[in-house]
Design a protein. Structure first.
Length: 246
């Protein structure tokens, strides 16, 4: 285990996000350490996507945000990406009329612009991790299946060499077998040294794969704790896992 295995990458304190007069996220505090997967579960409308958008700098927010030990609230989206904080959005936002290979190259744009040597070699690493993308490298992104589009969105994000990868509902709209495959990939990314902040409605899958979890309800953090403990919590089990815990 590396020396910084438990170093805090992201430290969020008392985060507030407001749409007009509506406060969508209220006083949220959370941490993500190196080598971990942290999940945020909760119902539709709880503020999960809003939270990730604020952390990425896509929405204005109040509160304290530290990344890699330094204040990050004033960083632009581009600066956050350059420092290895990367978001895979819920809608995946691929370029449908471009090939798989071209979408991946765009994911490495920041590294190419900074003239980083060897950035293209990462594409081969992506094809090794996602063999299906390698088989479809010349295919237009808009013709891929839902699971393949999710793989491409994740692969494009990995082109930026993230230290912390934020995933917004990666299982959305996917068949059960593909959901299992996507979460296997998420686990493998942690093993490869990528920390992950995972927002998911599929609470069962999220808690199975993560180390620590937060429950977000109507903009507030309702519960938090090690994922195994949250899964055994009667309230979480009844509300999100569809079962009772004696």
């Amino acid at each position: 285990m590396s020396a910084d295995a438990h170093r805090t990458l992201l430290d969020v304190r008392d985060l507030h996000v407001t749409y007009g007069k509506v406060e969508a996220v209220r006083g949220v505090s959370l941490k993500v350490a190196s080598g971990t997967i942290v999940s945020v579960i909760g119902p539709n409308g709880a503020g999960k996507t809003t939270l990730l958008s604020a952390l990425m700098g896509l929405l204005p927010a109040k509160g304290e945000l530290a990344y890699l030990g330094s204040p990050a609230s004033r960083l632009t989206v581009e600066q956050r990406v350059a420092r290895g904080l990367i978001l895979v959005p819920e809608r995946r936002e691929l370029f449908a009329a471009m090939s798989v290979a071209d979408n991946l190259e765009l994911g490495g744009f920041q590294r190419a612009r900074s003239r980083e040597r060897g950035w293209r070699a990462t594409i081969d690493e992506i094809y090794e991790r996602f063999p299906r993308l390698g088989e479809r490298r010349a295919q237009l992104a808009g013709t891929l299946s839902g699971g393949e589009r999710q793989m491409l969105a994740m692969g494009r994000a990995l082109m930026g060499k993230p230290r912390l990868l934020m995933l917004d509902e990666p299982s959305l709209g996917l068949a059960p077998l593909m959901v299992r495959e996507i979460f296997d990939i998420v686990s493998a990314l942690r093993s490869a040294g990528v920390a992950i902040l995972l927002v998911e409605q599929n609470a069962r899958a999220a808690l199975q794969v993560s180390d620590y979890g937060y429950v977000l309800e109507t903009g507030d953090l309702a519960l938090e704790g090690p994922s195994e403990e949250l899964a055994a919590n009667p309230r979480v089990a009844a509300t999100y896992l569809g079962k009772r815990v004696a």
